[in-house]
Ligand binder design. Structure first.
Ligand SMILES: Nc1ncnc2c1ncn2[C@@H]1O[C@H](COP(=O)(O)OP(=O)(O)OP(=O)(O)O)[C@@H](O)[C@H]1O
Length: 291
């Protein structure tokens, strides 16, 4: 799937600007950003619920907006499954079979049994965790090539969460689907995602491959008795300061930057393991506005 220079304004407000990336089969792409950054709007654009003001989303070179049959290959799981509430499992299965011609009924019931959901239940009798699991089962049973998940584990207990994450990992490997996950759970994305797209105020500020993440950034703890010396101010991003202890995220020419820090003779120097959360705070933690 190619997302080409997509911008979207809603009620004259610019919500997304120049979004450009592609999504690969068999890979999980994590979408991160602060509240209001535009994640849900982007997912809604990728599934064709809304259309871009400028730009296009293409599958095999064809626009999903002018070739509606393409939408059989894309399924969106919103963060709440309220819309399905009034139906029974059988009714939803029928509905999905009408929309998605490759819907795999055998797989659907196999997964319903595996996760011990009642075959004859109605969705309104399900707990939040059961609804979340059911939405995922439904999505993967469509055999759509692109599965878009908005906060799939939001509000779930640890056990259900683990089952859901495990299920996503297995399903991506088994069916070679492309999954896009919007999430605030950076620890979960670290476990799941192959790459991360970071949105800020509707724009992509960073794209990371989780494989190279740890080679591109360093998290450094240093102690300077009189504050960070002038000659190295501006190197890296200050993540945290506790008294004389500074934690910095360094990027770019790592060796050269680290050599400069060491040349400033800190009383103590240590490299710490970097997490996605560190990068999130370093890159997006700058202001307190939530829009
Ligand atoms: N239908 C709409 N009408 C007006 N504004 C909207 C609409 N949809 C989205 N927006 C605005 O677009 C911006 C992005 O919203 P969106 O829901 O995509 O963000 P998000 O990154 O998913 O946020 P969160 O993490 O809080 O779910 C917000 O400022 C929101 O107010």
């Amino acid at each position: 799937m190619q997302i080409e220079q997509v911008s979207k304004a809603i009620h004259r407000k610019q919500v997304l600007t120049n979004i450009d990336f592609s999504i690969e089969p068999g890979k999980v792409t994590g979408l991160v950003g602060r509240n209001g950054a535009g994640k849900t709007t982007l997912l809604r654009l990728l599934v064709g619920i809304i259309q871009p003001t400028i730009g296009d989303v293409k599958l095999s070179g064809k626009s999903i907006y002018t070739h509606p049959e393409m939408k059989q290959d894309i399924v969106f799981v919103p963060d709440s499954s309220e819309a399905l509430k009034g139906y029974s499992i059988k009714e939803i299965e029928q509905l999905y079979r009408d929309i998605y011609p490759r819907f795999d009924r055998a797989l659907f019931y196999q997964l319903i049994d595996r996760f011990q959901l009642p075959r004859n239940g109605r969705i309104h009798s399900f707990s939040k965790g059961m609804k979340a699991l059911f939405s995922l089962i439904l999505a993967f049973s469509t055999k759509a090539k692109y599965i878009l998940l908005d906060e799939p584990t939001d509000g779930l207990d640890v056990i259900v969460k683990k089952r859901i994450l495990q299920f996503i990992v297995e399903a991506v490997a088994d069916y070679q689907v492309a999954v896009v996950i919007s999430s605030h759970r950076l620890d979960e994305l670290e476990f799941l995602a192959d790459s991360i797209i970071m949105l800020k105020d509707g724009e992509i500020t960073q794209e990371y491959s989780l494989e190279t993440l740890k080679d591109s950034y360093k998290k450094i703890q240093v102690v300077f008795p009189h504050g960070i010396p002038e000659e190295i101010q501006g190197i890296g991003t200050l993540l945290q300061q506790t008294g004389k202890v500074f934690i910095l995220i360094v990027e770019g020419e790592l060796e050269a930057e680290i050599a400069k820090i060491r040349a400033a003779r800190p009383l103590y120097y240590e490299e710490l393991p970097i997490t996605l959360e560190d990068l999130f705070v370093a890159k997006l933690g700058g202001d307190d506005f939530v829009g």
